[in-house]
Design a protein around this ligand. Structure first.
Ligand SMILES: [Zn+2]
Ligand SMILES: [Zn+2]
Length: 584
């Protein structure tokens, strides 16, 4: 049973579903908690939606009146998804609340290549059914738009749910998590054959085509006698989901691991502890989101108020510096600058398309093939960086340079999601109140908007000594005036007509729903914890704490634990290498 709640006028009427819950819970009344954690969580969701119509949540209640899984997403995250929802990662973590309910955030990247959130959930368990419920609810909140790629850990229940709910989405498994399992499962191979690691690394990271990968893989199976290893065979059967050679032309916005969502998990852990009540957790989550949102605004201002430093004389560079966000431009600029290290020669001329061989100056390898269709709009490279992350690679830029085509940036080669104007398209289906003030955080919000204003003024004020003096004097004057003023005016009075209207609406909406939904929801079973529970899932080396084990369970050597095992660390390290840069 689900209490799915949407903005007034949406498909789901809060009041109606509230009544449903009442009927359902009617005879369970005595068993319910008063003022419990779950009830406060529900109150938070309800209150938040009244103030922010674009906020959406859903809460399950089981037959005992206990809170089940819940999902929530704010209006800003829903809007962000409409711009940047092409690639999504999601992952579960356990360290966030007293019930040990796994916390599952959806995340992605914005135009500044920052991690952003697309909603999150607390699940009762990690079964396929729970994930199906979550994905369906999430899709509904996201206006039914499925991502083109979703990156998750290697988890059977997740995979099943994704196949069912998102059949047209490419499901990619986190490469880091897969590779991390190798030293554990194949420790004897690592110990017996010193070359295995090098061969294996090359097979995974440096093969560009599927044929190359298949060839090297079969050589490895024979050379290291791994032909009858069932664990490896199982992993190989799922190779389309994790081997880079299979995924080079799948758009991933530059991501190959769930590390972004894991870094988010770590980020949230700064805000919460394992003893946190869910009703406190949602407040902390809201604060964390505000902090993220402010960082995005900061980058917006920075891109718009400063000029990029150019490194070449190509006109295309100047144009890119105007169109792209600063971070996107830096990536493009690096490719453009490095394109000068390559040589291209015409290789074949088949009908409408021309193919070029591209190699570093004075070398024969690595060799890339760049194909240019007539007109020059469609261009591909065997490194597939453009398909993978949407920014032209150095090899294509080398060919364009040779053909004197570096004068202008073709619209076909710019992804809107990486540009300054990525968020300019209005989204009418999600109500976002501009200048919206949440009472519990209004101080922080006011401060944030002032900081934004100061930032722009400070940028301007430092342009010359004259401007600096002028600004400094003006600030002194305002400062003294502020000190003489009293704090007696009520900030709520200054909320504009939009705010007032919504307050009126929310009160009428609230009274209607409260009359229907007068029950309390019971807390989920509490799991008492002694400090932080151990995560059931593998963690990044950064998160790992050294343990006191005397013998390593991975390489069987003494003197270190598996957390510090050089084998594991090396695997972790190799993935950190930018997978788009095949030269390294
Ligand atoms: Zn390339
Ligand atoms: Zn070890």
């Amino acid at each position: 049973m689900s209490v799915l709640s949407k903005e007034a006028g949406g498909d789901f009427n809060v009041g109606c579903i509230g009544k449903d819950v009442e009927n359902y819970l009617g005879n369970k009344r005595r068993k319910l908690f008063e003022e419990g954690d779950a009830q406060r969580l529900y109150a938070y969701f309800f209150d938040r939606q009244c103030k922010e119509p674009g906020f959406v949540y859903s809460m399950q209640v089981d037959e005992n009146g206990c809170m089940g899984s819940c999902f929530w997403v704010d209006a800003r995250s829903r809007a962000s998804y409409q711009y940047f929802g092409d690639v999504v990662t999601f992952d579960a973590t356990y360290l966030t609340n007293i019930y040990k309910m796994p916390f599952v955030p959806f995340s992605g990247v914005n135009h500044h290549h920052q991690t952003i959130m697309f909603g999150c959930a607390l699940l009762v368990n990690e079964t396929a059914e729970s994930y199906v419920w979550l994905l369906r609810t999430w899709q509904e909140a996201m206006l039914g738009r499925a991502p083109s790629t979703i990156i998750t850990d290697d988890d059977k229940a997740m995979a099943k749910a994704i196949g069912e709910v998102l059949p047209n989405t490419t499901h990619r498994l986190c490469l880091w998590h897969i590779l991390q399992k190798f030293p554990e499962h194949l420790a004897y191979v690592y110990n017996r054959f010193p070359d295995f690691q090098k061969d294996f690394h090359h097979c995974i990271h440096n093969t560009i085509t599927i044929d190359e990968f298949e060839h090297e893989w079969s050589v490895i199976l024979v050379k290291y006698e791994l032909g009858d290893n069932t664990w490896l065979q199982n992993l190989y059967n799922r190779r389309e989901k994790w081997v880079p050679a299979y995924l080079r032309s799948t758009f991933c916005a530059g991501m190959s691991t769930t590390q972004r969502s894991e870094s988010m998990n770590k980020f949230f852990k700064d805000y919460v502890r394992s003893s946190t009540m869910v009703s406190d957790f949602v407040h902390q989550y809201e604060k964390a989101l505000d902090a993220r949102y402010f960082k995005e605004k900061e980058k917006d201002v920075r891109t718009k108020s400063t000029c990029a430093i150019l490194k070449t004389c190509y006109k295309i560079e100047e144009e890119a510096s105007i169109v792209y966000t600063r971070k996107s431009f830096t990536i493009f600029q690096d490719e453009l600058f490095n394109s000068q290290r390559y040589n291209s020669t015409k290789f074949s001329n088949e009908g409408e398309s021309k193919t070029y061989r591209v190699v570093p100056h004075g070398k024969e390898t690595p060799l890339y093939h760049v194909t240019l269709e007539s007109g020059g709009d469609k261009v591909t490279c065997t490194c597939h960086m453009f398909e993978f992350m949407g920014i032209l690679c150095r090899h294509i830029l080398c060919v364009l340079g040779k053909k004197s085509k570096l004068d202008c940036l073709s619209q076909h080669h710019i992804l809107e999601r990486w540009t300054i104007n990525a968020k300019s398209r209005p989204i009418i289906d999600i109500p976002i109140l501009e200048g919206h003030v949440t009472p519990q955080d209004d101080l922080a919000m006011r401060k944030n908007s002032l900081m934004m204003q100061f930032y722009v003024i400070a940028e301007l004020g430092t342009k010359s000594r004259k401007k600096l003096n002028h600004l400094s004097l003006a600030l002194d004057k305002v400062h003294n005036e502020l000190l003489l003023m009293e704090d007696d005016d009520n900030i709520e009075e200054s909320v504009g007509p939009v705010g007032r209207e919504s307050t009126y609406e929310s009160i009428s909406q609230r009274s209607q729903v409260v009359s229907n939904f007068s029950q309390t929801i019971q807390d989920p079973p509490r799991v008492p914890t002694k400090g932080r529970p151990k995560s059931l899932r593998a963690k990044n080396p950064k998160e790992m704490q050294p343990t006191k084990k005397r013998r390593c369970s991975v390489c069987k050597n003494e003197g270190h634990a598996r957390n510090n095992c050089p084998l594991v660390r090396d695997i972790g390290h190799t993935v950190q290498v930018d997978s788009t840069n095949l030269d390294s």
